[in-house]
Design a protein around this ligand. Structure first.
Ligand SMILES: [Zn+2]
Length: 1042
């Protein structure tokens, strides 16, 4: 840790700093630049989407403890003091401040001329890629290029009012229509009465932004809190176990309302209360009787037992919880934590040198999802947590929040269980029986009537675009799926095309054919007859179909090569602003005209370099526009189909900050690249028909004492911790980093809850809630035992993308390696009782070095190759936006031998027998020329057929007489009437069914060009620029044993 102390606001040169300065100068009791910087820092990081903050490196810049005086002292006042800043997002400043560089806020986070920037060996190999040099951190093990996860300080002098960074964001600079009056006291009143209205006073309140609707945090209900916190204890202990009938105004209620939201004296564990036999009494079950599988307790010398890869897909660890609790827990596919045993202090977490964070897939398609329609959504009055399986019922009438420990009343309505039709068993309600649940939201959860589904398509029709032939595919796909677009009778649709000018299409009902309107002034685009451009799909369906049929032919003769993408996006934004919705943009080249025009900046001869590559946007135009879109509930999905450099680093911002997605089809061509054509077609089908949520927000809450500080994914952070998602789709993943802010010693269990409020395509306002419960542990060994190596690797990958962008690629690579070295060193020195030679790892982390090595060889972070810049950027987008399971498959694919599939060990699903071949190590040693091997890399399946592959497989599965007859491009297997064919197809179909998109299958001959892609994934092997797995282990061992 070699960071020199740097004044907190030292490097800031922006609007944010101005605010800091002002606050300090005013002599406000809460001045302290540090406080605001802490806020600023975390927001900045958050708001960057690809956030630029690497907290670990600048602990001194983020003295989060200083938050405490603010929120602790002021119960009512604290929130106001904090809120103006907490609402002021990094990107906002980019909007309202003077024009700034592509990463305007980064400098304020960095402590001047980069004390953290290592000048390690890794800088050199850039020029001369060497096997070792590319990531060896040189002699300095504790090189600055690691992540110190301990970015929050340990001491807490004051009670903290919140387990989250800051709360009560009321104003929203980004979306003017929701901007509140600015009178913060008024805002607080609104929050108080508004949110509580559903349980208490029922008064209808106009909400002025989503923060209030979803519910702020602890401060949202803060009231003058002179009451003695110890009262709460007496409440807990002495209240009669079965109070008289439901009284909303009973003393406990008022007492509760007056309690400070948090207090150190407050008994913090569910166990502190003697519970009635009612309800979630299973929570009192002690942690005894827990047992780990003996295998999990093994210590492994990786140098001796290198092959630890299980032969079946790696399962996430099961939290060490009593089975009664665990069986209610959230599915790890939706919500998981890097550490399934939470260290009770930050000091303990620091010792483990492992990152603490959550990985979410909140809107995943679910087969079973309980949906509750009830006029009362029961939530904690203090922290707004939704009632969940891990709360405790003190008696029939009161439940205690598992996040802030506030005692709440059980509303009358909740006493009735609609499932069993029994009165008096609130603990059996579906809300308390399901960790994943969806609520139909009443009107309090709406800012405006739910928006209609709105789909706008923006097509590049320049010469280049028409040449690729993509417009045919896309229009055909739209025609095929038009009736499957999620929506209702209110669905609206519209189209814009552009080259050097912008073309609108009037689809007004009653027209005999679509009318094209050309706007050639791209400097100041105006929208001709806006009411006829976005039309009701049902009413104008024939016109829409007409247009889709004629569009591909309309531009076949075009000679226009220019691309005015920026102005077209501006026009599209204007058109959608009144409603919000989804904008799908298809672009095939570097934009050349008007705002947002870009210049080529890729230098092919620097591709192999780990530095000096352009990972940051060259203009902030796309980011600013994305923020405008976000404010108007518009998400932008970008389909980039380009054979040439198109500066995805800049273009991608349009999706990143508006909660959209990026799709990339390098070298798309309708004739020359049939595989890409098929890929686009399959992906469009999924894209057009999958579930969609509009005008969404997501908040993640955690038990008091834990703190969320950095978010990863595509979104904009509206107010500190409220993610704005104009669209949410079922294929998007998110990650957050956390720290332990207050000791959890009095707690045995902690919980995490994500709440996603959205408008369905049917116009319903819904809230999807996931709650995860984990044990708290006090020893380093337990922390290691519960480590989830996939989640850890996934979170590190997200952090490494940020590091690549804010520092350099080589810095990110060093940090990845150091993450392994640091944690295994910590394990060796502090958790391992008898020191042995070798590389000793806990069973839970046996694959950690392998996964990190795989990350280093992943497209995002690899060096010494000719990875194109846009491909690298796209891989980074994927890291940020993919759910963990796909990220891991992309990073470390599964390899199977498939020329000898048998029914041994096969599973049976719906009368289909599905073979289960073993997963093999990713090494050419595992291949043989007489076999055929399938590699599942998530979005792509590769079937490599060896030159001497048995005749049986060739004829019975591939349907060819001999090896030479395997087609050069073969992307599907023929369905032959042979058991071999049936087995192979069953297995491949089964792999495909497990994901919502359709991975293309490539059949690869020994001499086909795709073979290089296949071999590139052999992460255990040495390449000219990267170590083999064994060499990597030796390197790690050397560093660990130093
Ligand atoms: Zn609570």
């Amino acid at each position: 840790m070699s960071q020199p102390g740097i004044p907190a606001s030292g490097g800031s040169s922006t609007g944010l700093q101005a605010q800091n300065g002002a606050a300090s100068a005013s002599g406000s009791p809460y001045t302290n630049g540090p406080v605001q910087n802490a806020l600023m820092s975390s927001q900045v990081s958050v708001s960057q989407g690809y956030n630029s903050q690497l907290p670990g490196s600048y602990p001194h810049l983020i003295p989060a403890k200083t938050l405490n005086p603010v929120s602790g002292q002021s119960n009512s006042g604290g929130s106001q003091t904090v809120s103006p800043l907490s609402n002021y997002q990094g990107p906002g400043q980019a909007l309202y401040g003077p024009p700034v560089a592509s990463h305007p806020v980064t400098p304020s986070l960095r402590s001047g001329p980069s004390p953290q920037m290592p000048l390690p060996t890794s800088q050199n190999p850039a020029a001369t890629p060497m096997p070792s040099g590319s990531f060896l951190p040189g002699a300095s093990v504790s090189s600055p290029s690691n992540w110190q996860y301990n970015y929050l300080s340990q001491t807490n002098h004051c009670p903290r009012a919140s387990s989250q960074p800051t709360m009560t964001g009321n104003t929203n600079l980004m979306s003017p229509q929701y901007v509140s009056s600015g009178d913060s006291s008024l805002q607080n009143n609104i929050i108080k009465s508004g949110i509580i209205s559903n349980t208490n006073n029922g008064s209808m309140v106009v909400h002025n932004n989503y923060d209030e609707i979803e519910g702020g945090g602890f401060l949202a209900t803060s009231q003058p809190t002179t009451k003695n916190p110890t009262m709460s204890r007496s409440v807990g202990y002495s209240y009669p176990s079965l109070p008289p009938g439901y009284q909303n105004t009973a003393p406990p209620s008022t007492t509760g309302a007056g309690l400070p939201p948090s207090s150190l004296n407050y008994p913090s564990g569910p166990q502190a209360f003697t519970q009635t036999p009612l309800g979630a009494n299973h929570l009192t079950s002690s942690m005894s009787g827990l047992s780990l599988h003996p295998e999990g307790l093994r210590v492994i010398n990786l140098l001796q037992e290198r092959n630890m890869l299980p032969s079946t897909p790696l399962q996430p660890p099961v939290p060490n919880l009593h089975e009664d609790i665990q069986k209610l827990n959230c599915n790890p596919e939706l919500f998981r934590c890097t550490l399934t045993s939470i260290p009770q202090t930050q000091a303990l977490l620091n010792k483990a040198k492992l990152p603490l964070g959550l990985l979410l897939h909140p809107f995943k398609d679910l087969v079973q999802l309980p949906v509750v329609t009830s006029s009362t959504i029961v939530r904690c009055r203090s922290c707004r947590t939704y009632i969940n399986p891990f709360v405790s019922f003190l008696d029939q009438r009161r439940w205690k929040c598992n996040l802030c420990y506030r005692v709440n009343d059980v509303p009358e309505e909740f006493m009735y269980n609609p499932l069993t039709r029994v009165y008096g068993e609130p603990h059996r309600r579906p809300e308390v029986q399901n960790a994943t649940i969806e609520f139909m939201a009443p009107s309090e959860y709406m800012l405006r009537p739910p928006q209609p589904p709105v789909y706008l398509f923006v097509f590049d029709v320049s010469h280049n675009a028409i040449e690729t032939g993509y417009l045919n595919s896309v229009c055909q796909s739209l025609l095929d799926n038009l009736d499957l677009l999620p929506g209702n009778t209110r669905t609206k649709i519209g189209f814009i095309t552009f080259d050097s000018t912008i073309h609108f299409y009037s689809l007004q009902e009653g027209l005999s054919q679509p009318q094209m309107l050309i706007v050639s002034d791209i400097e100041d685009v105006f929208i001709p007859m806006p009411e006829n451009l976005l039309v009701n799909l049902n009413e104008s369906k024939e016109l829409v179909q007409d247009l889709l049929k004629t569009l591909p032919q309309m531009f076949t003769k075009t000679l226009e090569t220019q691309s005015a993408l920026g102005p077209a996006l501006q026009a599209a934004f204007k058109l959608m602003s009144p409603t919000g919705g989804r904008m799908s943009v298809f672009q095939t080249q570097l934009p050349t005209l008007g705002v947002g025009a870009l210049k080529p900046r890729e230098e092919p001869n620097q591709r192999s370099s780990a530095k000096e590559i352009h990972l940051t946007p060259s203009t902030d135009f796309y980011k600013k526009l994305a923020l405008d879109c976000s404010g108007q509930q518009v998400a932008v999905d970008l389909f980039l189909l380009s054979g040439q450099y198109s500066d995805l680093a800049s273009l991608g911002c349009i999706s990143r900050y508006s909660a959209g997605s990026v799709y990339y089809y390098p070298s798309y061509h309708h004739q020359h690249n049939p595989v890409q054509v098929q890929k686009l077609e399959k992906e469009l089908q999924r894209y057009l028909t999958r579930k969609i949520g509009f005008e969404a927000v997501m908040r993640i809450r955690c038990t008091k004492g834990l703190s969320i500080h950095t978010f990863h994914g595509n979104f904009f952070v509206r107010s500190t911790d409220l993610l704005s998602l104009p669209n949410v789709n079922p294929d998007a993943g998110y990650a957050v980093q956390m720290s332990v802010e207050e000791s959890l010693t009095d707690t045995q269990l902690v919980s995490f809850q994500s709440a996603l409020l959205y408008t369905s395509s049917k116009g319903e306002r819904r809230i999807r809630v996931h709650t995860l419960c984990l044990p708290v542990v006090s020893t380093l060994n337990e922390v290691f035992l519960g480590a989830d190596v996939q989640a850890i690797s996934g979170l590190l990958a997200n952090m490494a993308v940020d590091r690549s962008v804010t520092a350099s690629l080589s810095d990110a690579r060093d940090a990845l390696v150091n993450a392994v070295i640091d944690s295994l060193s910590a394990y060796r020195s502090s958790a391992l009782s008898n020191q042995q030679p070798g590389l000793m790892v806990p069973f839970s982390l046996r694959l950690f070095p392998l996964f990190v090595l795989a990350l280093l060889k992943q497209k995002s972070f690899q060096t010494g190759t000719n990875a194109r810049l846009d491909e690298r950027i796209f891989a980074m987008c994927q890291v940020k936006n993919q759910p963990l399971v796909y990220l891991m498959l992309t990073t470390h694919p599964s390899l199977y031998r498939v020329d000898n599939l048998s029914d041994e060990g096969a599973i049976s699903i719906n009368d289909r027998t599905i073979p289960q071949p073993r997963i093999l190590q990713l090494s050419v040693e595992k291949l043989s020329r007489d076999g055929a091997f399938l590699m599942d890399a998530g979005s792509v399946l590769m079937l490599w057929v060896g030159r001497n592959c048995g005749q049986n497989f060739l004829s019975q599965v591939l349907g060819v007489e001999n090896y030479a007859l395997i087609p050069q491009t073969m992307t599907d297997l023929p369905e032959l009437d042979t058991p071999e064919s049936a087995r192979t197809i069953a297995f491949i179909s089964w792999l495909r069914e497990q994901r919502p998109f359709y991975p293309i299958l490539y059949v690869i001959r020994d001499e086909s060009p795709m073979k290089a892609n296949f071999l590139q994934n052999m992460v255990e092997d040495r390449t000219e620029s990267a170590l083999s797995y064994y060499e990597f282990l030796l390197h790690i061992q050397q560093q660990v044993n130093k």
